[in-house]
Ligand binder design. Structure first.
Ligand SMILES: NC(=O)c1ccc[n+]([C@@H]2O[C@H](COP(=O)([O-])OP(=O)(O)OC[C@H]3O[C@@H](n4cnc5c(N)ncnc54)[C@H](OP(=O)(O)O)[C@@H]3O)[C@@H](O)[C@H]2O)c1
Length: 280
């Protein structure tokens, strides 16, 4: 079976560089989809309270028969939990849904800088980390200024920053600040939800290497040193996206793909995104 390389986070925890994301996997399908991903060989799952499918992830973990320590599990604090008490409660609900007493990584999903103080939320994550119920903690969608403010005002350096990155959005400034502060970058929507796959440069490189544009794009991320977790509900694509470790992109291929950057987001701008679900 393929061995996925791991990266060592700033607290010594190892994370598989390739995982499987479950954004937009319907809750009722999640158990089956994740069981297939585990069967393909993925050992790193990326979910979130916002996705509404943590329970399905937990059911798949239980049914797979794998040891808890064999699978790296990430979830994220939803935007509605802005105060200390509700964040702690929401975290416990995640553990219950996932059927585990700890996660490997817990993230603040969005900074919401126009809504509430992300530093206060980070202190709650520090408390969760100290309790041992999250082996590592990090952030998502944090901009360079947000990372620097956390570094200046809090104790624990985030282990990761999970941000949108793909060939049309290299997002190199936030990646560079992360690298400077010891924060690993996780690249979300690594194939831009499919939007990059018809790109003539990616199609050309893929033809030359007898690979697919998705494989070339994911390989580009890995060679840049980021963590990725492509999502697919389609078994053949799960397999395709996992077959990344028997070929390499040349420096020229890497530079050609770097050249596709056009600062184009598929998701919201973290500086202005202010969506907070109403209490149900
Ligand atoms: N922190 C955040 O704010 C944030 C935001 C977005 C995403 N994420 C995380 O990042 C993960 C990945 O991002 P994403 O789900 O937005 O997008 P993605 O992985 O870039 O793309 C997923 C889409 O591409 C299709 N696809 C997958 N592999 C393919 C292949 N080999 N060939 C052709 N099409 C393929 C999938 O279709 P099918 O499923 O129909 O096969 C799906 O429509 C998420 O699942 C989530 O865990 C985090």
């Amino acid at each position: 079976m393929t061995t996925v390389p791991t990266l060592t986070l700033n607290n010594g925890v190892e994370i598989p560089q390739l995982g499987f994301g479950v954004f937009q996997v319907p809750p009722e399908e999640t158990k089956d989809v994740v069981l297939q991903a585990l069967d393909v060989g993925y050992r790193h799952l990326d979910t979130a309270q916002m996705y509404g499918n943590e329970r399905g992830v937990g059911e798949a973990l239980a049914e797979s028969g794998l040891a808890r320590s064999d699978v790296f599990v990430t979830t994220k604090l939803n935007n509605g939990y802005l105060d200390h008490e509700s964040a702690l409660l929401a975290f416990q609900e995640s553990l219950d849904a996932l059927g585990t007493d700890h996660v490997d990584l817990f993230l603040i999903h969005w900074p919401l800088p126009t809504v509430a103080d992300y530093v206060a939320r980070w202190r709650t994550l520090e408390e969760i980390y100290a309790s041992g119920r999250a082996r590592s903690i990090g952030v998502s969608n944090f901009q360079p200024s947000h990372l620097r403010r956390l570094r200046a005002e809090t104790t624990v350096v985030p282990a990761v920053n999970q941000v949108e990155v793909h060939p049309y959005l290299r997002n190199d400034e936030v990646r560079a600040v992360g690298a400077e502060l010891g924060i690993a970058t996780e690249a979300w929507s690594p194939i831009a939800q499919g939007k990059v796959l018809d790109d003539p440069t990616l199609v050309r490189v893929a033809r030359q290497l007898d690979r697919t544009p998705a494989q070339v794009t994911l390989r580009w991320h890995l060679q840049r040193g980021d963590v990725v977790f492509p999502k697919s509900v389609t078994r053949s694509r799960m397999e395709e996206n996992f077959a990344l470790f028997d070929f390499e992109l040349s420096a020229t291929d890497m530079a050609d793909i770097d050249g596709l950057d056009r600062g184009e987001r598929t998701g919201p701008d973290p500086d202005t995104f202010d969506y907070v679900p109403s209490a149900s």
